[in-house]
Design a protein around this ligand. Sequence first.
Ligand SMILES: [Zn+2]
Length: 108
Amino acid sequence: MTVTQIATAARGRWPVILPLLGITVPDNGRHGPCPHCGGDDRFRFDDMEGRGMWICSHCGNGDGLDLVKRVTGDDVKKAAQVVAQVLEFRDVQDMPVKPAKEKPRSAT
Ligand SMILES: [Zn+2]
């Protein structure tokens, strides 16, 4: 599988995938410690569009794959392989994919 295929397969499943990789993130929308650089409340996991999006005031922001990459120190291909392995776990397969969150619509 390519990195893009893995990222697509992981969509909507990051809240399950990340803990299985030992990466703890705060509840959706809450502030908490960054799994990469620590702190108390610098990190927020908003999982925008089901892509595992996150924001850290120290590290910047990225998607779920980017977070795995940072925490493990692997390159993106290796991180994607790790995610692909987790995606084969039954718990992840059984989990219903939640509908992607819509982006806030700008006022017209
Ligand atoms: Zn950070």
